[in-house]
Design a protein. Sequence first.
Length: 297
Amino acid sequence: MSWVNQILQGVLLGGYYALLACGLSFMFGVMRIINLAHGSLAVVAAYGVFALADRFDLHPFLGLLVAVPVMGGVGWLLHRLMLERSTRAGELVPILTTFGLAVVVDNTLFTAFGADTRSLAPYIDTLAYDGIEVGGLTVGHLPLLTFIVAVLLLGGLHLMLGHSALGRRIRAVADDPATAQLVGVNSAAVNAAAAAIAMATVGIAGVFLAMRATVDPYAGAPQLIFAFEAVMIGGAGSLWGTLAGGIALGVAQSLGARIHTQGFLIAGHVLFLVVLLVRLMLAGRPILSFLNRAPAR
């Protein structure tokens, strides 16, 4: 039963990873941009809601209502001022741009808040540690809520892409921006809207991060790694794949921690490398088979 409980905790942890990776997957799927400032911007949202809770005694869930539109605006500005221009210079420039942004954000947070860790757990009463027992299994209220929010968010984005005018424009621009522009779709405006949506999800992830753990100004890099691994395990650009990748990563880490004290991070990294290696081998198989059939000269 203890192993089953460990797997259950991994699944719930995977819900957080899926929530964290949602915006990264969405932005890559639409604009083919890997946002290296993803984790740092999630920490910005966490600190923003913490400031509201600390100074104005605002409940974090009410602060979330403020953080989501603000982060959406940040995403729109990020695209208009940085990503739209950098993408014209090649595929590498947006990566370098977002890396520079992450460095600036991390050091700005350090200057403003210092090195002390912060958490929203004291502001959510017993939600931070309460749970229920089901058949000998322990289910925490906050991990369960995080998992439900991740499923609802990913499902909502999936429905939006498939059943709304904006979703159809986003899919058109993602498939072929030049052709979409020819039929009257403003690719720049659609990409800006997609960046706003992605950053809004980052705001949600950042608040849940601060509720379930502590954050510091340099906590963005580990969160970026977890999000990236979840996206790559589940398939870049696939929303439901992101959920599956997050769950797989969470279960691997949970089982790794069960096996060895240092196994939490190692197991997740090993799973990521194995999946990446398998995909590279499968992608290279047609090339290898073609070379084997080629006549010798």
